[in-house]
Design a protein around this ligand. Structure first.
Ligand code: UDX
Length: 441
């Protein structure tokens, strides 16, 4: 990694040891900064001190271990300590969705109040890394003013995180851009120095704009997925192949090939909640973001449409055995939050199917989620396939691409493949004697 050049070392506090905070803390310490990563979950912190990771993220564990050893990274449960010992505080706390779609910003306010309490005379820079609705930075600033006990100087800033789960460490070191939302030159200089050794365009804006960039980017990507999923529905009706449509569309540089894969749709903790929050904040500001509502509808429909397709082939699902391979919301993560698998499994159970589930990483998460007696968890793909009438692929894990389909066919009661991620070649499976369901092919 190309970050070994000289760097001005900062004392950083990263608040939150979740998917954003922990990766950022590990990567900042790898850049050479001195990092205290604070989380109020005592179990998580004591596990991290023993080098036990709270979730699976490729390349993260070695960075945490290395920087714990060389003293660049420490974990703490004390927010006060973290703030006191640091010049710069990155806020990477959760902003979960509430029933009305708005983001719950309680944790952000708590950190702002803790900063106010611990301002001890030296300047501090407080930067939001969490995805927050536009104008949150302003609110955080007002909160710190309201509760500070002296005139100690501080700035607030926004530095949204664009990293993808499963590729988070790579994305941190090789971002497409670094967005910095600031109000002062001092804050801008510090942020630029923190990232000095990362080679990427830096976009400097005001705080509101930076906050909006994050919501707009995620909403656009989700809309792109919903667009191609809508096209896939037309492809199904017209007898066309959406894979070729997206290949040809994607070669147009103005469109780009990424995020044009049709399937059971997007999940995860970012897109669903960020769309909700962006729709909510737009409405609050006076704009009805109908386009995003439709992107959400299309995404939800893909899940029920997938189950409908299986029903069309198997007719009655009651008592039928179905294997579901791939449970996490995407490959290379054990994260099941808002995963398409959740709705699809619920729908299959509602129809009376008996399920065998397998995922290379998300088994523990899935076992927590699904307690139904009609569900069996399998140790591997082949075990899950034994005696089933259909196998559904919901996440495009690499190991599924190498599945021995000849062996699979012998194991299955009926050779139906429902490919929710369009990861297989229809003709190859047909040649092996399978029936194939794709999405828009
Ligand atoms: C996303 C953004 O990409 C990232 O920049 C932001 O910081 C956090 O949210 P992430 O949620 O980790 O990252 O996953 P991503 O790789 O973007 O995929 C999101 C979902 O979209 C997955 O469920 C994936 O399967 C689905 N997807 C993606 C599609 O259905 N089709 C595609 O073409 C691409």
């Amino acid at each position: 990694m190309s970050h070994k050049k000289n760097i001005k070392v900062y004392n950083l506090c990263v608040v939150g040891a979740g998917h954003v905070g922990l990766v950022a803390a590990a990567c900042f310490s790898e850049l050479g900064h001195k990092v205290i990563c604070v989380d109020n979950d005592k179990k998580r912190v004591s596990a991290l001190r023993k080098e036990i990771m709270p979730f699976y993220e490729p390349q993260m564990a070695p960075l945490v271990k290395k920087n714990l050893k060389r003293g660049n990274l420490v974990f703490s449960t004390s927010l006060d300590e973290g703030i006191k010992k640091s010049d710069v505080i990155f806020v990477a706390v959760g902003t979960p969705p509430q029933a009305d779609g708005s983001a719950d910003l309680t944790s952000v306010e708590n950190v702002a109040r803790a900063v106010a309490k611990n301002l001890d005379g030296d300047y501090k820079l407080v930067i939001s890394k969490s995805t927050v609705p536009v104008q949150t930075g302003q609110r955080a600033k007002e909160t710190i003013y309201r509760y500070r006990k002296n005139n100690a100087e501080f700035d607030v800033a926004s530095n949204p995180e664009f990293l993808r789960e499963g590729k988070a460490v790579y994305d941190f070191f090789y971002p497409d851009r670094i967005v910095i939302g600031v109000e002062t030159k001092r804050a801008e200089t510090i942020l630029k120095e923190i990232y000095a050794t990362i080679d990427a365009p830096v976009i400097v804006t005001d705080i509101n704009t930076a906050e909006l960039i994050k919501h707009a980017s995620n909403s656009f990507l989700a809309t792109k997925i919903s667009f191609i999923n809508a096209v896939s529905r037309v492809c199904d009706l017209a007898g066309a192949d959406v894979s070729k449509v997206s290949l040809a569309m994607g070669l147009d540089k103005r469109i780009g090939k990424d995020f044009l894969d049709a399937g059971v749709g997007y999940g995860g903790f970012c897109f669903p909640k960020d769309l909700e929050a962006f729709i909510y904040i737009s409405k609050k500001l006076g704009y009805d973001f109908r386009l995003l509502k439709e992107a959400q509808n299309i995404n939800e429909e893909q899940r029920s449409y997938f189950v409908e397709k299986i029903k069309e082939h198997l007719w009655i699902l009651k008592g039928k055995k179905i294997a579901v391979l791939g449970l996490s919301f995407k490959p290379d993560t054990d994260d099941m939050r808002f995963a398409p698998a959740i709705d699809i499994i619920a729908a299959l159970l509602k129809e009376g199917a008996i399920l065998s589930l397998y995922d290379p990483q998300a088994r523990d998460e899935a076992q927590e989620l699904f307690k139904d007696k009609r569900i069996k968890f399998s140790k591997n793909s082949q075990e899950a396939l034994r005696g089933v009438d259909c196998v559904c692929f919901l996440t495009e894990w690499e190991e599924f691409k190498n599945l021995d389909f000849k062996k699979a066919k012998k194991a299955m009661a009926y050779p139906l493949v429902a490919d929710g991620r369009n990861m297989f070649q229809r003709d190859e499976l047909k040649a092996l004697g399978f029936e194939y369901i794709g999405m828009g092919r």
